[in-house]
Design a protein around this ligand. Structure first.
Ligand code: GDP
Length: 330
């Protein structure tokens, strides 16, 4: 065994024992873009493979201000009080919100961050979606190895990050604010299609009635929009919650568990994870190929040349692409 393998084995042992400091170190390792760190991360993940532990991976999305941090804090505290271990990972590829600063997210969830049964990791600093996605998947794998029961993957509702998170979680929860009926149109269809549970937050005080109405609107829209084999009767659902007053979070957790248990029993859970693994394999090959092409000086030159000819109207975009692909084959 090389020295490097021995040190990864040691780190792996500590992660499997559930040591949070070891987990934090490992997540830092998978987030690094340095070639030697990547090699260490790969070795570590290989040692950890096959430990057989599975967390419930919950994707959570919502626009800024909807109450995600408040929800995660209250929801996380509830789970921890039930003896569950909770990891929170943030995916925020397009914003500098936390800028990768641990303080940024720790102060967002102050009580939860002090719990020994919780692990909170802010989003890695600004990076392209592909890189964030791989690092998040690896971080999820590390949290599972460390024996966490629930992994919450939080994302702000921008760009493609929701679809990406949906491809790495078992359940997808969308947090919304109470709204007038006409605002229903404002929620992107795509996200309604991936949400298993819509939680209308801030169902308290003056907003309570509006939240109940909003819930009914979404429940109707969800039913019209979607019926998948992996949805039991009554799902997807919309529920009112107040993260602030800790109201409805236990009901939301019950629904998540019901859905997860049904999917496990019916075989959808394993099927979904298998399909996700296949998806990420293809995605990695695709992005790896593109990265390789982008590094190839000859290809880059040819691409630039073709692009100029296309721009000048000498070649149609399709004919140029066809020719370019023909050249790559050789
Ligand atoms: P995030 O940007 O999605 O993480 O949202 P925050 O958790 O930071 O919350 C944004 C604002 O909404 C803050 O002022 C919170 O106090 C408030 N807020 C969050 N949850 C609730 C809730 O359940 N009820 C009410 N009334 N306000 C809430």
């Amino acid at each position: 065994m090389t020295e490097q393998q021995a040190s990864q084995t040691d780190l792996a042992t500590r992660i499997l024992a559930g040591e949070r400091r070891a987990l934090a170190r490992a997540v830092t390792l998978v987030e690094s873009t340095r070639a030697d760190h990547r090699a260490q991360a790969a070795a570590l993940l290989e040692v950890l493979r096959g430990h057989g532990r599975q967390a419930l991976r919950i994707g959570l999305s919502g626009t800024p201000g909807v109450g995600k941090s408040t929800f995660i804090e209250t929801f996380g505290m509830m789970l921890v009080s039930q003896g569950l271990r909770v990891a929170v990972l943030a995916v925020d590829p397009s914003s500098t919100r936390s800028g990768g600063s641990i303080l940024g997210d720790k102060t967002r969830m102050e009580r939860l961050s002090r719990e020994p049964g919780a692990f909170i990791r802010p989003s890695p600093s600004l990076s392209h979606l592909g890189g964030v996605s791989r690092r998040t998947r690896e971080a999820v794998a590390l949290c599972e190895a460390a024996g966490f029961d629930v992994v919450l993957i939080e994302t702000v509702g921008v760009g493609q990050s929701e679809t990406m998170v949906a491809e790495m979680c078992d359940l997808f929860v969308l947090l919304l604010a109470p709204a007038g009926g006409d605002e229903l149109q404002g929620v992107k269809r795509g996200i309604m299609e991936i949400a298993d549970l819509i939680l209308v937050n801030k169902a308290d005080g003056e907003l309570k009635a509006a939240a109940t109405r909003t819930c009914a609107d979404y429940a109707g829209a969800l039913r019209l929009m979607r019926k998948r084999a992996e949805d039991p009767d009554g799902f997807p659902k919309a529920l009112p919650v107040s993260a602030w007053e800790d109201d409805g979070l236990d009901a939301a957790w019950d629904e998540m568990q019901t859905l997860a248990a049904w999917r496990r029993a019916e075989g959808h859970w394993e099927k979904r994870r298998a399909a996700q693994a296949a998806h990420w394999f293809e995605e990695e090959v695709r992005s790896g190929l593109l990265a390789r092409l982008n590094r190839d000086a000859d290809v880059k030159r040819a691409m630039a040349e073709m692009a100029t000819r296309v721009a000048a109207g000498e070649l149609s975009p399709d004919a140029a692409a066809e020719e370019m692909l023909g050249r790559l084959k050789n």
